[in-house]
Design a protein around this ligand. Structure first.
Ligand code: MLT
Length: 263
């Protein structure tokens, strides 16, 4: 679908008349990270997932991305698909997009699911890590970057038990256009602070965090959940940063229960 001048790959599953939920993937992954969750939820909900610019079959253009552009794309997808008060579910970078979206257009959204993410902007240390990542992509290529970055996203236990599956995730990510990888790193480094809006959020919110997540710490996500009125918070066992892949059954069960409570 053409969205704001880009060709965006969108996947739709389930009956359009059911409550809709839009899934936004994390970095440097793609929409397939939601496959298990969507396979289970599509019987009762209309599940939309899409690839951010430059990922999967979505066009990346010149790779000059900003977080605002990603939020513009989400808004346009909601409008073009005529989704009525969709629930937005974002993981990590998908969560950054979701948190900025709620600040910009809460009125058109029906609920929030924030997975392994944060409202704070990048610290100086995090910005320097992004710069190092870009340097690595330039000097050693996307494969090396994907290998180094993704190993911090999954628990050692998961990697050991699912080596082939894990290797596929890494090699799939390594195929991403380096321009898109670098564009996302810059967009994340330049994102705004959304912490102030947390206390103003007025729609049902579910917060999930992998118990072994080293990138978005469970303690910090719990604090974030306290800022949001009536937010539900759960720690996902046996998972690090990518809960939708590492523990899809627990993740799905919490999402399903949350969705069932909404009108
Ligand atoms: C993600 O999973 O989207 C990334 O870890 C987010 C980040 O690098 O800040």
């Amino acid at each position: 679908m053409e969205i704001n001048g880009a060709e965006i790959e969108i996947s739709k599953a389930g009956n359009k008349d059911n409550k809709s939920i839009v899934f936004i993937h994390g970095f440097p992954f793609d929409l397939t990270m939601w496959n298990n969750v969507i396979d289970s939820l599509k019987t009762d909900f209309y599940c939309v997932s899409y690839n951010i610019r430059g990922f999967g079959k979505s066009s990346g253009g010149d790779g000059q991305f900003t977080m605002e552009m990603f939020v513009d794309d989400l808004e346009e997808i909601i409008k073009k698909l005529k989704l009525n008060k969709p629930i937005i579910c974002g993981l990590s970078m998908g969560g950054y997009i979701t948190l900025r979206a709620i600040e910009r257009f809460e009125k058109i959204l029906g609920g929030l699911i924030l997975c392994d993410t944060k409202a704070e902007p990048d610290s100086n240390e995090a910005k320097l890590k992004r710069a190092e990542g870009i340097k690595n992509i330039n000097l050693k290529g996307a494969k090396n970057f994907a290998e180094e970055f993704i190993k911090n996203c999954f628990s050692e236990d998961f990697i050991k038990k699912n080596q082939n599956f894990y290797d596929n995730i890494v090699s799939n990510s390594a195929k991403t256009n380096p321009l898109a990888l670098k564009g996302c790193l810059l967009a994340m480094a330049g994102r705004t602070d959304t912490t102030e809006y947390l206390s103003k959020i007025d729609i049902p919110t579910l917060i999930l965090c992998g118990e072994k997540d080293n990138l978005s710490l469970p303690t910090l996500m719990k604090e974030m959940s306290r800022e949001i009125k009536n937010a539900e918070f759960y720690i996902v066992p046996n998972a690090a940063h990518v809960i939708a892949v590492e523990n899809p059954s627990f993740t799905t069960q919490k999402i399903r229960t949350f969705l069932n409570k909404l009108n």
